[in-house]
Design a protein around this ligand. Structure first.
Ligand code: UDP
Length: 236
């Protein structure tokens, strides 16, 4: 058996979009490959998905909307993404359970319940958590850490555009190098922006490891890390 038994994968909403589609079917296909290859490594998989491809509360507030209303719309956006991922999973014979941080009902999805989530995970279902924390003024990164703690995940995998945490911005500084591992204290001391402050503080307090990795370049990266490859950056 590998190092991890149960993992939480944080997918940003933005990663699902392309210039034409809010949810790009091609990208959704890649997400399914990533999910399947992780399941092939015999891990239990929880997913928290963002909503940035549809709405972000802060951006809506900039154009005058009430921030709380904007955040509600942002959270509803994550529910749409979760339904799209769940539907794509089902089409590929991957069983799922979609939960929401606030009650939605109507057969759309279930409210978050950590016991039901753990039960579903142990039955091999992928549990997709939507609506972040269920409260405004938070991010789905914080939602990811919160759900990871609730389901006793061994680690949070944060999928980003960059393949880890670098000494400097690798886009601007070609001599920047990737950290293989970092401690929470080092990340704070070096002021490395890994997750927002609330999410990062929660991880540190609960001793929950984070792995930052690049997802879409190669759909095997997550499963390679699960097999023990040193890709990405682990903060512990
Ligand atoms: N959001 C919120 N509370 C949460 C999580 C998310 O209010 O616990 C709202 C917030 O407006 C945020 C939006 O939902 O901008 C989409 O989430 P996020 O920006 O984290 O998505 P991502 O950047 O991962 O696509």
């Amino acid at each position: 058996m590998g190092k991890y038994k149960r993992i939480l994968l944080k997918l940003s909403g933005e990663a699902l979009a392309n210039t034409k589609n809010t949810i790009d079917p091609n990208t959704l296909g890649k997400v399914i490959s990533i999910i399947q290859s992780a399941l092939d490594q015999k891990v239990e998989l929880g997913i928290v998905v963002g909503g940035g491809n549809i709405f972000r509360g802060a951006a809506l507030a900039e154009s005058g909307m009430n921030r709380v209303t904007g955040d509600h719309m942002g959270m509803l956006a994550t529910v749409m993404n979760a339904l799209a991922i769940s539907d794509a999973c089902k089409r590929n014979k991957i069983k799922t359970l979609v939960m929401s941080g606030f009650p939605i009902g109507g057969g759309v999805c279930d409210p978050v319940d950590h016991n039901k989530a753990k039960q579903a995970l142990s039955e091999g279902k992928v549990v997709i958590f939507s609506a972040g924390t269920g409260s405004p003024c938070f991010t789905t990164d914080t939602g990811a850490v919160l759900r990871a703690i609730e389901i006793d995940a061994d680690i949070v995998f944060k999928a980003t555009k960059v393949d880890g945490v670098y000494t400097d911005d690798p886009m601007k500084n070609p001599s920047a190098t990737r950290y293989e591992a970092l401690s929470f204290d080092e990340a704070i001391e070096k002021n490395l922006q890994i997750m927002d402050t609330a999410a990062f503080a929660l991880c540190r307090e609960h001793n929950l490891q984070i792995c930052v990795f690049s997802m879409l370049e190669n759909t095997n990266t997550l499963s390679d890390i699960l097999k023990g490859a040193s890709l990405g950056t682990i903060i512990s």
